[in-house]
Design a protein around this ligand. Structure first.
Ligand SMILES: NC(=O)c1ccc[n+]([C@@H]2O[C@H](COP(=O)([O-])OP(=O)(O)OC[C@H]3O[C@@H](n4cnc5c(N)ncnc54)[C@H](O)[C@@H]3O)[C@@H](O)[C@H]2O)c1
Length: 319
C-alpha cells in the first residue's frame, strides 16, 4: 500500500510515517516546513527520527493545486492521511484567514485530488476542539458541534462538513479523526508539555491557565498512531472518530508528573482562562474501541518518555 501523509514532517505525521514503513507500506510525505514553530525540529524528525527510512518527501504547500495534482498523478497513491494544517488554538485568534486558507482551502485541494485519483481511503485530522464548550461529558461523536469557539475549531468543523459532502456526492471513503491533546517524544513546542518542560528547566515560571482548573484526556503519540492506522485500515463510508486517552487527568496532576520526572518543582503563574480555550476535553472512545483499538500509555510513562527524549534532543542530560 502507498500512503500520502500531508504534514509529514509534523509531530503526528512523522510518527505515522514511521509506523507505516515499519509494517512495510510505502509512504510519500508533503510538508512546507513553515515556521509556526522551529522548522529545525521538523527537519530533525525527517533526518533523525526517520533516519534510514528514506520516505519520498515533497517540500511544498497543500494550497498549491498544481503540486498536489503532480503528486497524485506521479505517485499512484492508495490512501491518504491528511494532517497538514495550521494547528493550535491561540495563534488562530490573530491569524484566522491563514487558518481558513490552509485548513479549509488546502483540504479542499486534497479532497478534489482524492476523488479524481480514486483514493481508497482518506482520513484526516479534525480536533477535539470542535466540541467547544459542550457541557455533556464525555464528548461523543454524535454530540452537536455547531458552536465552535475559535477560528481553529471552526476550520476543523468546516473540514468535516466538506468531507461529508465529498462522501455524499462522490462516494469517497473519508473519516475525520478528532484527536484529543496529543503528547510524547518529538512533540510540538507550542504545546503545554513542551512549554512547561522548557520553562522548568530554565527555572522560569510556567503559565497555568484557568488557575489549573482544566482537565484533558491526554493521548500518547503511539496511541494516536495506532488509532489512525486502525481507521485507515478498517473504516469505509463517512465517519467521525474520537481518538483520545482513556483517563481524564487534571492539568495539575499532569504538571506534578512532569515535576517528578524533572526533579524540580515549577514556579506557577496562576492565570485566567485564555479566549478560545476550553476547560475540559474528555473523549468517549467506545466507537474506536469497537474496531479493536485501545489506548495503552498512561501519563506516568508518556511524560517520562517525553522528558527522556527532550533531554537527549536538547543535550541537557545534566540538568
Ligand atoms: N497535536 C495535537 O494535540 C492535535 C490535537 C488535535 C488535532 N490535531 C491536528 O492533527 C494534525 C497534525 O498535528 P501535529 O500536532 O502533528 O502538528 P504539526 O504542526 O507538528 O504538524 C503539521 C505539519 O503540517 C505542515 N503544514 C502546515 N501547513 C502546511 C501547508 N500549507 N502545506 C504543507 N504542509 C503544511 C507543518 O509544517 C507541520 O509539519 C493537525 O491537523 C492538527 O490540527 C493535533
Amino acid at each position: 500500500m502507498k500512503v500520502l501523509i500531508t504534514g509529514g514532517a509534523g509531530f503526528i505525521g512523522s510518527a505515522c510515517a514511521k509506523k507505516l514503513m515499519d509494517r512495510g507500506d510505502k509512504v510519500v510525505l508533503i510538508d512546507n516546513f513553515n515556521d509556526y514553530y522551529d522548522p529545525s525540529l521538523k527537519e530533525a524528525r525527517i533526518k533523525k527520527f526517520l533516519k534510514g527510512y528514506k520516505p519520498k518527501l515533497y517540500r511544498g504547500d497543500i494550497r498549491d493545486e498544481k503540486l498536489i495534482e503532480k503528486i497524485f498523478k506521479k505517485e499512484r497513491i492508495d490512501k491518504v492521511i491528511h494532517l497538514a494544517a495550521m494547528a493550535g488554538v491561540r495563534y488562530s485568534l490573530t491569524n484566522p484567514k491563514l487558518y481558513f486558507d490552509v485548513n479549509v482551502m488546502g483540504s479542499l485541494n486534497l479532497l478534489e485530488a482524492a476523488v479524481k485519483y480514486k483514493i481508497k481511503n482518506f482520513v484526516f485530522a479534525s480536533s477535539s476542539s470542535v466540541y467547544g464548550n459542550n457541557k455533556k461529558v464525555p464528548f461523543s461523536e454524535s454530540d452537536p458541534v455547531d458552536t465552535p469557539i475559535s477560528p481553529y475549531a471552526a476550520s476543523k468543523k468546516t473540514d468535516e462538513l466538506i468531507a461529508h459532502t465529498y462522501h455524499h456526492i462522490y462516494g469517497l471513503n473519508v473519516t475525520a479523526l478528532r484527536f484529543f491533546t496529543v503528547y510524547g517524544p518529538w512533540g510540538r513546542p507550542d504545546m503545554a508539555l513542551f512549554l512547561f518542560t522548557d520553562a522548568i528547566m530554565k527555572n522560569q515560571p510556567i503559565n497555568v491557565f484557568n488557575r489549573g482548573k482544566m482537565s484533558r484526556n491526554f493521548t500518547y503519540i503511539d496511541d494516536i498512531v495506532s488509532g489512525t492506522l486502525t481507521v485507515l485500515d478498517k473504516c469505509k463510508g463517512y465517519g467521525v472518530m474520537n481518538i483520545g486517552g482513556d483517563k481524564e487527568e487534571t492539568l495539575m496532576r499532569y504538571i506534578e508528573v512532569l515535576e517528578k520526572n524533572l526533579g524540580k518543582v515549577a514556579k506557577k503563574n496562576l492565570m485566567p482562562m485564555q479566549p478560545g480555550d476550553v476547560p475540559k476535553t474528555v473523549a468517549d472512545i467506545r466507537k474506536l474501541r469497537k474496531l479493536g483499538w485501545k489506548p495503552t500509555t498512561r501519563i506516568e510513562q508518556g511524560i517520562k518518555n517525553f522528558v527522556e527524549w527532550y533531554r537527549e534532543y536538547y543535550g541537557v542530560n545534566n540538568l
